[in-house]
Design a protein around this ligand. Structure first.
Ligand code: FAD
Length: 678
């Protein structure tokens, strides 16, 4: 049977679509003329990769928000620079571990494996470390001869503090691997992560000199990437990335999925509203139609932000690049094991606006490493002194609320740091990460739209007239003011809302959905108790909208629903104030909405006080099999709520608090006590 031209065209299109689906755009990503890919050796075989690349040390990270990844990269670079050992840094998800036990014997001169493991949720490993933990639990055998070090990243306000890092160390030791130095435990809860890392790293380096018989030298920057200006391209050349959130957006005209944590969907922002004009809390509704991206009630939405104009401009000035912001640069990977998420060719301005985390606090390590490029001797001495003295660093940099550009300009008395190689900037500054938000809509009632509830972060720096501002939340605030044409309120930050090549025109944001385990009971008849002060109410609005829709759909057997909500004042920051009575009308007696306004009485009243006032009711619901949910602030509220629940159980069941604590622990084990805290 002959194939006519139309058939042939359709056949070619089908083959192209199949190839596109299975390669997920990797083929065109590799095209250098288009937009370069992320690098990496490509093999999942750890030993083969080490042998092929000649690496003698390995740094692996399990990272959720990018912090562990950032520390791992910094460590690998410094380790290599100080001890002259070729070191590879990799994502735990990118390799198989069945050859871990053979590395020492088969890779000549192999020295050390260093793990950086963040703990996520309730003591769980990060998403990219799940397979590695499965290997540890089920497949890992004798690791005699392997030397390893480990730094865990956790938060001491959580019950399972640094569980992932501790587990890695315990299992590897039990398999006869040798832990070099102490297990490092970084604590976000006390805000000491950076200092915890520095003191662990410094003491490990001391131990390493003896344990691995290594000589140390003055660390000098060794570039893993090369940045060169490209004279024959301009920012208008079609292959130049201007900060499109993924290389695919440069090479493709339309949007093509699948959309996930490597490739976001540009979701139209349909509607925004400031729920608290005093404190600014933005409700935003985004349209997921056409993305094929589905969410479940209780999931998280990741928003990929870009930096605001003022911060971009200051950073360019600090580096002496203001006049060259549109110059086109090419980024070449010099080391096959290095990945870069920045598409190339691109511009200096695009890198700074879209890829680097320039807005947050600067680290002491960063100042220490940039000293070598100081523009003059005086600046060098000043920077060195501050980098070596943590008290001085705290006073002169952290207490001032300085970001990187502020700190550099303060250290140089306003002189440009045009002496810093841009490759160093790309390699040393953490890459901007998506921000997560608990979805405040219901997948049942708001099918194609996803809602978020975002508190705008703008905090005064004590003793100054300056503010520190959050990147993503202020982007939403800027969108809200522009979309609603509010001219009499100034945003804290202005953004390029049009986005690269106008891709964000008419208010679009790059987003992806992240699955969470925070879920309603599968039986709608099961009672639920929810505690969500402030923006912690977000997922519970989703839960309640779901319940309302179930009732509207004829569901008769909805169990009791109790929501404890708290804020400062009923007139100030009462989120979704007009909606709750509407939900009450629909749900009737089944729904109880209990409020705690902390600043309306002489004595501060919080949700946990209200829980104790309603202790009998809570204990009865738990007896009936109720699920208990907490969402919001992890540092204090979540612990206070847990303590309050233990008191409720102790008093109502007339048992000692230790027994009540054990009963609450059992609820967690049965998944009837769920937390979504940050
Ligand atoms: P960032 O840029 O990340 O800054 C963080 C903080 O640092 C800000 O307070 C900022 O003012 C401060 N800062 C900036 N520069 C400096 C400096 N130089 N020195 C010192 N401090 C500085 N939030 C919600 O509002 N609603 C939710 O529903 C919600 N759900 C979440 C769910 C999950 C699973 C997680 C992990 C987090 C959730 N969050 C939620 C928190 C949210 O993800 C963001 O952390 C928050 O919006 C701040 O992001 P940002 O980009 O605005 O601030």
């Amino acid at each position: 049977m002959a194939i006519d031209t139309l058939d042939l065209a359709i056949l070619v299109a089908i083959i192209a679509a199949v190839v596109a689906y299975f390669t997920r755009g990797k083929l065109w990503d590799k095209n250098e003329e288009d937009v370069s890919a992320t690098g990496g050796s490509g093999s999942r075989d750890l030993m083969q990769t080490l042998k092929e690349t000649g690496k003698k040390a390995l740094v692996l990270f399990g990272s959720q928000t990018g912090t562990a990844e950032d520390y791992a990269h910094k460590f690998a670079k410094e380790f290599q620079a100080r001890f002259g050992i070729p070191t590879m840094c990799g994502d735990l998800a990118d390799y198989d571990y069945d050859s871990l036990d053979k590395i020492v014997a088969d890779v000549s001169g192999f020295r050390l494996v260093v793990f950086f493991n963040a703990t996520y949720g309730e003591g769980e490993p990060t998403d990219n470390a799940i397979d590695f933990f499965d290997y540890l639990d089920n497949e890992c055998e004798d690791l005699s001869g392997l030397k390893f070090a480990c730094f865990g990243l956790g938060n001491s306000t959580y019950e399972f503090y640094n569980a992932a890092g501790k587990k890695v160390a315990d299992i590897l030791k039990s398999k006869n691997a040798e832990l070099v130095g102490e297990l490092g435990l970084g604590d976000d809860g006390r805000g000491t992560m950076d200092e915890d890392y520095l003191s662990w790293k410094d003491s490990l380096f001391e131990v390493i000199k003896g344990a691995l018989s290594l000589d140390e030298k003055e660390a000098e920057y060794e570039a893993s990437i090369e940045v060169t200006e490209v004279a024959n391209l301009t920012k208008d050349s079609p292959t130049v990335s201007l900060g499109e959130p993924d290389a695919k957006y440069v090479s493709l005209q339309g949007e093509a999925g699948p959309f996930d944590h490597t490739h976001p969907f540009l979701a139209p922002v349909l509607k925004t509203k400031d729920l608290s004009p005093n404190r600014h809390c933005i409700h935003a509704e985004l349209d997921l139609s056409g993305s094929n991206m589905k969410y479940l009630t209780g999931d998280h939405l990741a928003i990929w932000p870009s930096n605001p104009d003022s911060k971009v401009s200051k950073m360019l000035s600090a580096l002496g690049l203001q006049d060259r912001k549109d110059a086109v640069i090419k980024i070449k990977l010099l080391d096959p094991t290095v990945h870069s998420m920045i598409p190339s060719p691109t511009t200096y301005g695009a890198v700074i606006r879209h890829y680097l985390e320039i807005s947050g606090p600067v680290s002491r390590q960063f100042i220490g490493s940039i000293v070598q490029f100081a523009p003059d001797e005086e600046t060098k001495q000043r920077a060195k002194e501050i980098a070596e003295d943590k008290v001085l660093f705290q006073k002169r940099i952290i207490d001032q609320g300085f970001n990187i550009a502020d700190a550099l300009l303060a250290l140089s008395n306003g002189s440009e740091w045009s002496t810093v190689p841009f490759a160093f900037i790309i390699e040393s500054i953490p890459h901007i990460q998506p921000r997560y938000y608990s979805i405040s809509s219901s997948a049942l009632s708001d099918r194609n739209t996803v809602h978020v509830t975002v508190m705008v972060e703008a905090n005064e720096v004590a003793g100054t007239d300056r503010l520190t501002t959050g990147v993503a939340s202020n982007l939403l605030f800027d969108i809200e003011l522009a979309q609603n044409k509010i001219a009499d309120i100034e945003p804290f930050e202005n953004y390029n809302l049009e986005g690269p090549r106008g891709k964000f025109h008419n208010y679009r944001l790059p987003v992806h959905v992240r699955r969470s385990t925070f879920k309603l009971p599968s039986n709608p008849n099961t009672p639920i108790i929810m505690v969500g002060p402030g923006t912690g109410v977000a997922p519970f609005r989703g839960f309640i909208r779901e319940k309302v829709r179930q009732v509207e759909n004829g569901e008769k057997s909805t169990g009791e629903i109790v929501l404890f909500y708290g804020c400062r004042k009923s007139t100030e920051d009462f989120l979704y104030k007009e909606e709750w009575p509407e939900y009450s009308k629909k749900l009737g007696d089944r729904f109880k909405f209990i409020t705690a306004f902390s600043r309306e009485a002489d004595k501060k009243v919080y949700v946990q006080h209200k829980m104790l006032e309603h202790k009998k009711e809570l204990a009865d619901l738990l007896d009936k099999g109720a699920f208990f949910y907490v969402c919001g602030d992890a540092s204090k509220m979540a612990r206070d709520v847990q303590k309050a629940l233990i008191k409720v159980v102790a008093q109502e069941k007339k048992v000692p608090e230790d027994d009540a604590a054990e009963m609450v622990k059992q609820l967690k084990i049965q998944n009837r006590y769920q937390e979504d805290v940050w």
